[in-house]
Design a protein around this ligand. Structure first.
Ligand code: NAD
Length: 485
C-alpha cells in the first residue's frame, strides 16, 4: 500500500539527476520516520540548472505552438498514468488524507490539460494608429522562470505555475520545499517522459536561505513566481526588486466565512467541515467563521458535534484530519490555541495534542475571541477555526475586512441582493457564495492586501508569464517627428 521511494532524490537538471555532497532527510509527518534523503542543490546546483534552462530557452520558445500544446497534453496523460504513485507520495510527504491526495493529483493533470489548450491562443493585437503604419503587439516569454513552491500541496501548486509558464514558452527552474520535494522532482521526470525537451523544466530541492535565495536572487532569471508565507514572500520581492524582474506572490490567508440567518445551515456545516482538510494547512481555508446572532447557537452546536466526530490519523488510512507537517508546526498551532484560551476564549472542541505518534492536533473550534487577538489576525495553518457572533451586514463586513490578509471569503445567504452586495464589499481576491471549496484552473486566483501580488490561473496567467512587445512598421516614406502623425 505504501509507496517505494528511492534512497535518495537528487536535483533534476537537463533531463537527468544532479547530485551534491550536502543532503537532508524528509520525514513522514504521520510517523516522524525518515522517508528518503535529498541532495541539497545549493547555489552550485542552482547555477547548473540556470545554465541548462538558458540553453533550452531558444528551442522551447520557438517550438511550434501545436507541438508545445501536444507536449503539455502528454504531460497531463503521463501524470494520470502515474496518479497512484503521485497520490501516495503526496500522502507520505505532506500527510494529506489519501482521497484528498487523489483529488490533488487529478487537479495537477488538469492544469496541464487546461493550459495545453491556451498555447495557440496567446495572441497579440493590431492597433489602429494614425498615418500610414502597421502597428501590432506580440506576447513573448519572460525567459527563465524561478519558481518557488511550498510544501502544503506541492504537486498541484507546482503545476499551477509550471503549466502556464511552459505554455507561454518559458523555461523553468523550480525549487520545492525541503519538507516535501519528491512530487515536484518526479513531476520533472514525468514531463521528460512525456516529451518535454531536456533543460526546459529543472528542479532544485533545498531550503529557502541557501537554494531558494540563490535562485530568486540570480540575475539570470526573467521572472519569479513564489508561493509561500508572507515573510518569505517579502524577501523574494526584495530579490526581484534588485534584479528588476516581474514577480508573482501567492501568500497566506485569514479567510472569513460569513453565515447569514437565511443560509442553508446543513450545507454550511458540511462545507465548513472541509476547512479541516489537509489539517487546515490550506491557504484559502475559511478559518474565521462569522455567524449571525439569530442562528449562532444552532450553528455552533451542530458544527461542534460534527467536529468532535472527525477522525484523526495517518493520511494513508483516509481520516478526516491528518497530521501537521512537522512537530514544530504542531507546537505552533497548540501555542496559538493555548494563548487564546488563556486570554478567555471558549474551547468548543479539540484543543489538544492526541496521545499518538506523529504530528497530530485535534480539530479545534474556539469562540469568544477578540477580533484583535493574535489567533484572529494571524494565519494559524492548522485544524483550528474561530467563531464570532455578529448582528448586522455592515458590522460583519467591517470585521471581516479588518485583517492584513485578503485571499478568499465565503458568504452563506439565500438572498440574491445581499450575496452580490457582500461579495462586492469584501477585500479578497476570490469570493465563494454558498459553496466551499471551489477551485478550478480556469478561475483567476490571488490575493488582495498581504495575500499576494498578481493572479495565477485562468487566461490571466498569460499576462504574468509573458511580456508584451509592440511593433510599429512604417508603410510610408521619410522620417517622422517625435509626435508625428
Ligand atoms: P515558506 O514561506 O516557509 O516557504 C515557501 C517556499 O519558499 C519554500 O520552498 C521555502 O524553502 C522557500 N523560501 C523561503 N524563504 C525563501 C527565500 N528567502 N528565497 C527563496 N525561497 C524561499 O512557506 P511554507 O511554510 O512552505 O508554506 C505555507 C505558506 O504558504 C502559508 O502561508 C500558506 O498560506 C501559503 N500558501 C499560499 C498559497 C496561495 O496560493 N496563496 C498556496 C499554498 C500555500
Amino acid at each position: 500500500m505504501n509507496v517505494q521511494f528511492p534512497d535518495q532524490y537528487d536535483s533534476y537538471v537537463d533531463g537527468k539527476s544532479l547530485s551534491s555532497d550536502e543532503t537532508f532527510t524528509v520525514y513522514n509527518p504521520a510517523t516522524n520516520e525518515s522517508l528518503f534523503e535529498v541532495a541539497e542543490a545549493g547555489p552550485e546546483g542552482v547555477d547548473t540548472a540556470l545554465e541548462s534552462a538558458n540553453a533550452a530557452q531558444d528551442t522551447w520558445e520557438r517550438i511550434d505552438p501545436d507541438e508545445r500544446a501536444r507536449i503539455l497534453r502528454d504531460i497531463a496523460d503521463e501524470i494520470r498514468t502515474n496518479a497512484d504513485r503521485l497520490t501516495k507520495i503526496e500522502t507520505a510527504e505532506v500527510g494529506r488524507p489519501i482521497e484528498e491526495s487523489a483529488g490533488i493529483v487529478e487537479a495537477t493533470a488538469e492544469y496541464f490539460e487546461y493550459y495545453s489548450g491556451i498555447v495557440d491562443k496567446i495572441e497579440g493585437e493590431t492597433i489602429p494608429v494614425p498615418g500610414n503604419r502597421h502597428t501590432y503587439t506580440v506576447r513573448e516569454p519572460l525567459g527563465i522562470l524561478a519558481l518557488v513552491v511550498p510544501w502544503n500541496a506541492p504537486s498541484v501548486l507546482a503545476a499551477r505555475s509550471i503549466a502556464p509558464a511552459l505554455a507561454c514558452g518559458n523555461t523553468i527552474v523550480a525549487k520545492p520545499s525541503p519538507e516535501a520535494p519528491a512530487s515536484t522532482i518526479e513531476l520533472g521526470q514525468i514531463a521528460s517522459e512525456a516529451g518535454l525537451p531536456n533543460g526546459v523544466l529543472n528542479v532544485v530541492p533545498g531550503d529557502g536561505a541557501n537554494t531558494g535565495a540563490a535562485l530568486t536572487e540570480s540575475d539570470q532569471v526573467g521572472g519569479i513566481m513564489f508561493t509561500g508565507s508572507r515573510a518569505s514572500g517579502k524577501q523574494v520581492l526584495k530579490a526581484a526588486a534588485d534584479n528588476l524582474v516581474p514577480v508573482g506572490l501567492e501568500l497566506g490567508g485569514k479567510n472569513p466565512s460569513i453565515v447569514f440567518p437565511d443560509a442553508d445551515l446543513e450545507k454550511v456545516i458540511d462545507s465548513m467541515a472541509v476547512a479541516y482538510g489537509n489539517a487546515g494547512q490550506v491557504c484559502f481555508a475559511p478559518t474565521r467563521m462569522y455567524i449571525h446572532e439569530d442562528v449562532y447557537d444552532e450553528v455552533i452546536e451542530r458544527f461542534t458535534e460534527c467536529v468532535e466526530n472527525m477522525s484523526v490519523g495517518p493520511g494513508i488510512d483516509n481520516p478526516d484530519v491528518g497530521p501537521l507537517i512537522t512537530e514544530e508546526a504542531r507546537d505552533r498551532v497548540a501555542n496559538y490555541v493555548d494563548e487564546a484560551i488563556e486570554d478567555g476564549a471558549r474551547l468548543l472542541a479539540g484543543g489538544e495534542v492526541p496521545n499518538k505518534v506523529g504530528n497530530f492536533y485535534m480539530p479545534t473550534i474556539l469562540d469568544r475571541v477578540d477580533d484583535d487577538a493574535t489567533i484572529s489576525c494571524e494565519e494559524v495553518f492548522g485544524p483550528v477555526l474561530t467563531a464570532y457572533e455578529f448582528s448586522s451586514e455592515e458590522e460583519v463586513l467591517q470585521r471581516a475586512n479588518d485583517v492584513d490578509y485578503g485571499l478568499q471569503a465565503v458568504v452563506w445567504t439565500q438572498t440574491l441582493d445581499r450575496a452580490h452586495r457582500v461579495a462586492g464589499s469584501i477585500e479578497a481576491g476570490s469570493i465563494l457564495v454558498n459553496e466551499y471549496p471551489a477551485v478550478f484552473p480556469q478561475v483567476p486566483f490571488g490575493g488582495y492586501k498581504d495575500s499576494g501580488l498578481g493572479r495565477e490561473k485562468g487566461t490571466q496567467a498569460i499576462d504574468h508569464y509573458t511580456q508584451l512587445k509592440s511593433i510599429n512598421i512604417s508603410l510610408g516614406d521619410g522620417p517622422g517627428t517625435i509626435f508625428d502623425k
